[in-house]
Design a protein around this ligand. Structure first.
Ligand SMILES: Nc1ncnc2c1ncn2[C@@H]1O[C@H](COP(=O)(O)OP(=O)(O)OP(=O)(O)O)[C@@H](O)[C@H]1O
Length: 364
């Protein structure tokens, strides 16, 4: 059963949107450059805008069908919408803002209660405050809480990170993952920042000029030249799930292993910030430019992380060469075309991917 199934068409001046979006219960990202129609799509799904033609079902119940003249009002759609800048009511305390969310909630379907939301988002200490005295991340968490208390079947988030600095983004992302896992509320998250989006989900729709140009897992998408082209300018990123294996206090390192325990990497403890226990799962991000390729393992080198693999695809774009390397999981590596030619790299070549521990970003 799809959490959302939508076909939508709209013309706005010179811009036309014509898309089909279906997804399951997880977190799904909508990535696209500025002006590609992301906000328009969210408005159409939430009912803030009306399409010229369209059909929307949420959890198999019909929300909109223009051919039958069926169009549920926004507040009846059971969709929580978290806007870019939170949009809290300034004259109300945090508590009242949160309770406002439950006004439209269908009490029978309320699968999350006030105290649970407050604890999940860690906002108990803020309840008596007014929005103007909150930080950006706190506002955003309250806005998410308000949306959750409306008992939504679907949560839409438009650029939830854009008003937050890096530290606050890192805070919000785990809350969103927790909400999705714990409450099973599907989320559609719009962003033009690929690394942020990828730390939340690798299931993506790529939007360009009002059309879906690709849909699926990020690592499948980057194998298509067209999708790679859309994402390239926004900061391609490797995002790999790891588990904390051991804290090596003496050497200041934490050892991480991947899902099937085939690979171990080492990161500086200061990156982990003492936040993770052995056994905790985390995502490690690594820029394709921060990985070097060699044909042999190098022993007398300070770089500790050297993963052996095979090149599965090579894509050339301008003077860069993108190599997809299967090291047990896929890594995307960006090198110059000159390096590729000099090393004679081709599909099937066995290589080592080298990266410094400091090049890793940890998303908890
Ligand atoms: N009322 C309107 N009349 C005409 N064109 C419009 C109208 N509203 C939006 N547009 C155009 O529709 C296109 C898509 O806008 P939209 O805000 O959905 O894009 P977006 O992907 O969310 O962009 P951004 O990342 O910059 O927020 C843009 O080219 C915009 O100029």
């Amino acid at each position: 059963m799809h959490a959302l199934s939508a076909r939508l068409k709209v013309q706005k001046g010179n811009f036309s949107l014509d898309v089909e979006v279906n997804f399951l219960k997880e977190i799904t990202g909508i990535f696209g450059p500025s002006g590609s129609g992301k906000t328009t799509l969210m408005h159409l799904i939430s009912g803030l805008e009306k399409p010229d033609e369209g059909h929307i079902e949420i959890d198999d119940s019909l929300i909109l069908d223009t051919s039958k003249n069926w169009n549920l009002k926004s507040r009846k759609r059971k969709i929580g919408y978290v806007f870019q800048e939170g949009r809290l009511f300034p004259h109300m305390t945090v508590q009242k803002n949160l309770l406002f969310g439950s006004i439209y909630a269908d009490k029978d379907q309320q699968n999350i209660h006030f105290d649970e939301v407050v604890d999940l988002l860690e906002i108990r200490g803020l309840l008596e405050k007014r929005p103007k005295s909150l930080s950006g991340g706190e506002k955003q968490r309250v806005a998410i809480g308000r949306a959750l208390l409306s008992a939504p079947k679907l949560l839409l988030m438009d650029e939830p990170f854009s008003s937050l600095d890096v530290a606050l983004r890192r805070q919000i992302i785990p809350y969103l993952i927790r909400i999705n896992k714990k409450l099973g509320i599907p989320m559609l998250v719009v962003s033009h920042d690929l690394p942020d989006l990828l730390s939340l989900t690798q299931e993506l729709f790529l939007l360009r000029n009002g059309r879906v140009e690709g849909h699926g897992n990020y690592f499948d998408l980057i194998q298509s030249e067209k999708s790679l082209e859309i994402m390239r300018g926004a900061g391609l990123m490797n995002v790999i799930p790891f588990k904390v294996e051991l804290h090596d206090v003496e050497n200041g390192l934490t050892h991480l292993i991947n899902r099937d325990a085939s690979h171990e990497i080492h990161v500086e403890r200061e990156l982990i910030n003492d936040c993770c226990k052995v056994g905790d799962e985390l995502n490690v991000s690594l820029r394709p430019e921060d990985i070097a390729i060699t044909l042999n393992e190098i022993s007398d080198i300070s770089i500790r992380n050297q993963l052996k693999g095979n090149i599965t695809k090579i894509i050339k774009k301008e003077n860069r060469t993108y190599c997809l390397v299967d090291v047990g999981f896929l890594l995307i590596v960006s090198i110059t075309q000159a390096s590729q030619q000099k090393m004679n790299l081709a599909v099937g070549t066995e290589v080592y991917c080298l990266f410094k521990s400091m090049a890793l970003q940890i998303n908890i």
